[in-house]
Ligand binder design. Structure first.
Ligand SMILES: [Zn+2]
Length: 419
């Protein structure tokens, strides 16, 4: 059988030539993309290692078929030359845990699979209310552009995106793939953020290996957030300047525009996605410039970005605030639990943070809608108890204190990765 390196596989990332890595095997899925029951989502991960995504999003029945029938062997073209940590991850415990949770939940809930829990009528009503609010506050903003109208619109947009965008990009908001795809276009439209880049950076790179060098969403050249990141003199005062940089975090997401992301995957979704980004520019830049002039329009677009960054910082910082992240666990289940933490709170917190407050459960079950993540909590807590793993849950105050402590520790050259 042929052997390939990760670089060789990564070059096959087009709709006409789509290779992926699964369990250290290389598959050519160019033909399969069109008949994949879950749609063309595979194209988002073309040229990448999809092992953990494959096992964390597919229903157990699909995984069983895959294991027993080896149905897709015909697409296998070779093996991967071992190259880094990602290939050494062990999913055995995770697969067992996922199966146990699903089995016990199904027993208690009359054959209802936990892995099929998506949003229902309540989600549709909430989507309608939130999106109507965005439209209303946009009209108010355009009619009277001031600090208050900018503040209200900015925060409504982030609340809406946290509720619907992250979950829809995971395909977990509603049952069918098409509504999820349509809702995922709200990111480019409201926020000017690329959903194509997000799916690759978040669903794959971040979810696969939190805090590892492959986690391109977490690794940052301006701030040292992991002991694995090489220390540089510029990080010396990061515990002071990081907070200023966070004020611009929404611009960091916006700059991941598709013309920077050299995607070769030109599907129908890609063109609609580009159109949404263009609409974003028309709605939030061109129309305000026409009405209020260039300087005022740019000033308020910038202010909107700052307000959005503050909300995003409060929502993103509490999720992986680990100080014990020196050792990468090869056991994927342990790694996901140890390097994630939750934010204390009830239904209102979940609503305000779009389920990101239940980060541990979300990382283990990314295909489950945020409304149902609390149903998984007892299983995770039990597993943590049995295996002597700390289930981390903090208040917002505690987690920001921890973040400051982490920024301070990692600003020192002496604090390095030991394995
Ligand atoms: Zn996620």
């Amino acid at each position: 059988m042929d052997c390939f390196t990760i670089d060789q596989v990564s070059k096959h990332d087009t709709i006409d030539d789509c290779w992926v890595i699964l369990n250290n095997n290389v598959y050519n899925l160019t033909q399969f993309v069109n008949i994949h029951p879950g749609g063309k989502i595979i194209l988002n991960y073309a040229g990448q290692d999809i092992t953990s995504v494959f096992y964390s999003v597919h229903p157990i029945s699909v995984i069983d078929k895959m294991d027993i029938l080896n149905k897709y062997d015909k697409y296998k073209i070779g093996e991967l030359v071992r190259y880094n940590l990602r290939n050494n991850i062990n999913l055995t415990n995770y697969k067992k845990f996922r199966r146990t949770v699903n089995k016990e939940f199904t027993k208690k809930n009359k054959s209802f699979s936990i892995l099929n829990l998506r949003g229902g009528f309540g989600t549709i009503v909430t989507l309608f209310i939130l999106n109507s609010m965005v439209i209303t506050f946009y009209i108010v903003y355009i009619r009277k552009m001031n600090i208050l109208s900018t503040f209200i619109l900015s925060n409504t947009i982030i609340l809406t995106l946290l509720y619907q965008w992250h979950t829809s990009c995971h395909g977990a908001l509603l049952k069918k793939p098409l509504p999820n795809l349509l809702v995922s276009l709200s990111g480019p439209l409201y926020g000017g953020i690329s959903a194509i880049v997000w799916k690759r950076e978040h669903n794959l790179n971040h979810h696969d290996q939190i805090n590892q060098p492959t986690d391109t969403q977490h690794f940052n050249k301006y701030i040292r957030l992991s002991p694995q990141q090489e220390w540089k003199p510029k990080y010396k005062y990061q515990y002071l300047y990081a907070w200023c940089l966070y004020l611009f975090s929404s611009f960091n997401l916006k700059q991941q525009m598709p013309f920077q992301y050299k995607t070769k995957i030109k599907t129908k979704y890609y063109y609609v996605h580009e159109l949404m980004l263009l609409f974003h520019c028309i709605l939030f830049l061109f129309i305000p410039i026409k009405i209020y002039g260039f300087l005022k329009a740019i000033k308020f677009y910038f202010l909107m970005g700052i307000f959005q960054s503050i909300y995003l910082t409060i929502a993103f910082i509490p999720n992986h605030e680990t100080l014990d992240c020196e050792g990468a666990e090869t056991d994927w289940l342990k790694h996901q639990i140890k390097l994630s933490n939750n934010l204390r709170g009830g239904k209102i917190t979940t609503f305000l943070f779009g389920g990101l407050n239940k980060q541990i459960e979300h990382h283990l079950f990314p295909s489950v809608h945020q409304h149902h993540l609390n149903k998984i909590t007892p299983f995770v807590k039990k597993y943590c108890e049995q295996n002597n793993i700390l289930y981390k849950e903090y208040s917002l105050y505690e987690v920001f204190k921890l973040h400051y402590k982490k920024l301070r520790l990692l600003s020192k050259s002496s604090y390095v990765f030991k394995n």
